[in-house]
Design a protein around this ligand. Sequence first.
Ligand code: RAM
Length: 883
Amino acid sequence: MPWLFPHHRRYRNSYMVKTAFVSTLLLLSLYANAQVKVIRLLCDDRVEPVGLGDPHPRLSWRLEGSGQDILQSAYELLVSGPHSRWSSGKVRSAQSVHVAYDGEPLASGQHYSWQVRVWDQTGKPSAWSAPAFWQMGLLRPDDWTAQWISPGFAEDSVDRPSPILRRQFFAKAQPVRATLYITAHGLYDARLNGQPVTDARFTPGYTEYDHRFQYQAYDATALIHSGNNNTEVTLGDGWYRGIFGPWNNPNNYGRDASLLYQLVIAYRNGSTDTVISDAFWQCSTGSIRYADIYNGEIDDARILPANWTNVIVQTFPKNNLVATLAEPVREHETFTPVAILTSPRGEKIIDFGQNLAGWVRFKVRGKSGDTIRISHAETLDQDGNFYTANLREARAQDIYVLRGDGEETFEPHFTFHGFRYIKVEGYPGEIRPEDFRSVSLYSSLPVTGSFHCSDSLINRLQLNIVWSQQSNFIDIPTDCPQRSERLGWAGDVQLFAPTAAFNKRVDEFFEKWLEDVRLAQGPDGGMPDVVPDIRNRTIHRAPRGVAGWGDAAVILPWTLFQIYGDTTRLAASYNSMRAWVQYIHSRALNGLWKGGGYGDWLAPDPVPEKGRDSVKATPTDLPFISQCYYFYSTTLLARTAGALGRSQDSVYYSTLADTIRNAFLAEYMTPGARAISNTQTAYILALYTGILPESMAARAAQRLAELVKANQDHLGTGFLGTPYLCPVLTKYGYTDLAYALLQQTTPPSWLYPVKMGATTIWEKWLSVLPNRSINVSSFNNYAYGAIGDWLYRDVAGISPGSPGYRRIIIHPHPGGTLTEVDASYDSDYGLIRCHWKKTNDNFQMEVEIPANTRADVYIPGKDPDKVRKMELGSGKYSFTAGQ
Ligand code: RAM
């Protein structure tokens, strides 16, 4: 019995000795001179944002101090703007996250600086924090004096070079502040005096363009000088008018490429100049001869802009412009080639070692007109040849034509590819590894989580999850970065969101997407299964109301609320959540919703293998699945109503949930908890969603466990069942079985792809068969990466005990062959960490709890009765248990 607490007394002794000793030492030094510090000031969850659209920005800070049990008892905020000053006064409150600014109305374009100080639990004040700032965006349509402009020349409707728009302007002095507000129909690359204004890519981002365009605001002070200046903006087709969507149509949202540009230059004497897009701009085209998200980019470096002509002023609306919520896409890691190969077919191939979304940057010397073609692929085929069959219609090729004047560097601008390998054609001279880099591109969300354990295959799985997350977070959450799809599939989003939120800070990113959900939802509450809803532009009546996909309208806001505790945001989604439930409700008959759609998408057909009898998978009944989701969304809506103080709604939807449950039990379950679909997913959904009464849960869980065992410790689940398989097994006492599934290496399993060399999560359990033949699919789809939530939550044991982690649960579940796990999550309050280690003699656990929170810490024992629980305040603790 290596790490069991032999009996209660012994356990108490070992804990008391250890922690009492530690705390005594700390307390002595703490109360001698400790003063709490206030750090990491965030405004609307961002560091010093420029271009804020929120009239009541929500301010957050962290407390930092040595010792234990730090709590905030009061705070004071000070905000100073150009014409106003606001002090909150001393507010007796523990709130340190999302405190709404409540001073004078904030003015368009203005700069505000702010500071905060707090009082700790003993009433001792901190010093004032270092100042931070935010800058407002253009809040009203009238604030835009700029006009929409488009090139004045005729364009082809598909094969068109990227327009360049330019203007010269005069600055009467060196500015003290210059801010550029900018957006486009299409994508933009803006320069001032030849310098890029930003390292953000694919701006202004992808939204429901029929309803809204984001604009961005940039501090351009350093790029402008006294005297003559010039500015130039290149426009790409992007999501707006490039080829995109299920039928590969161009011009989905419009045919024009247009720019809206407003540069406000402020001088020391208080005066300002504004440079705007208007009829005085000129246009031409340059080296970018073609650029498209799916197909790639053609750059002819010999071509310089010439024949500048007039632009056209357009009357497009400006009342649909919105400030940008989320961090932009930027370039991130670069990879050097790990191998340069010649395939059996004679192709020159570079392997960068990591599948990702991005592009290749290379250097070259050659003659003017030499043409290099770079093709992209995620994998090689069974024989080692370049494999592109899974790209569907996406050409995914970049072409560069050389100027021929010495060393040239190329990287594209308005496309991205999902790839690990490239095929190089036409490269003059030898292909040298030092001349090629793959560059990853993704939304720059702060990293919040880390998970490491003693099993290197699981560590690679975690890394693959992170890579599939970032490859598919390119302004919108997508299903794949490589083929002619790259759509915001709602089911994938809601299933993966909890995992995504451990790895990175995702609230603004998903909130932006949720705003599009609200706009895309029909007046009847019906949810498209893809948002932005491009499918309804190209397919007549694309599905609405798909179980598990449409439910993202409810599940995602609720999930975000659990993690970030932001009631303002939850309230913003409330109507949309209710509309979705009403949509289902109005289509249900006798309490039953048949639903439609994809069911347990891509659930495996187990492939017979040597030494293992296969159990033929029967798909889970679609109406059964739909009913579970009907119940789940209704229950979450009732809870949301409760959290928002809408008690009538809460009662109404709880009662409706009972009706849904009763209909379910009558139609789909025997009294002995046998489901009409005898599948893992059926039991998983019935248990996870709570539609099964607790009285039936233990038996249903037992049946689930039996099904897993009958499948020789293999999962049999698709998109909907997989995320909750291990969590449900843990909840009902089958953690050992969950570990058996996690550590399984034959297919279908999470580690089979890892063993096959995967560097991202595959869309299918068997995207590559054991004989290495390829089963056409995406090699980069995060859906099955949803196991990550269980790794953090149950294996490492970190989860919110109350919305936003004000209260924390630390409850690790050791198991399998793991001897050590070290994981952390950087919550709004600070770092939460749990590190456990199992030796032959004992179980050791180190825990870190941030200031201004409290945690319920569970110390595992060998059987569930032996788990010990204690409540702790902030600090670092270590425990040793057992002999
Ligand atoms: C495919 C992808 C995507 C999924 C849909 C239903 O396009 O697998 O992830 O949500 O199908």
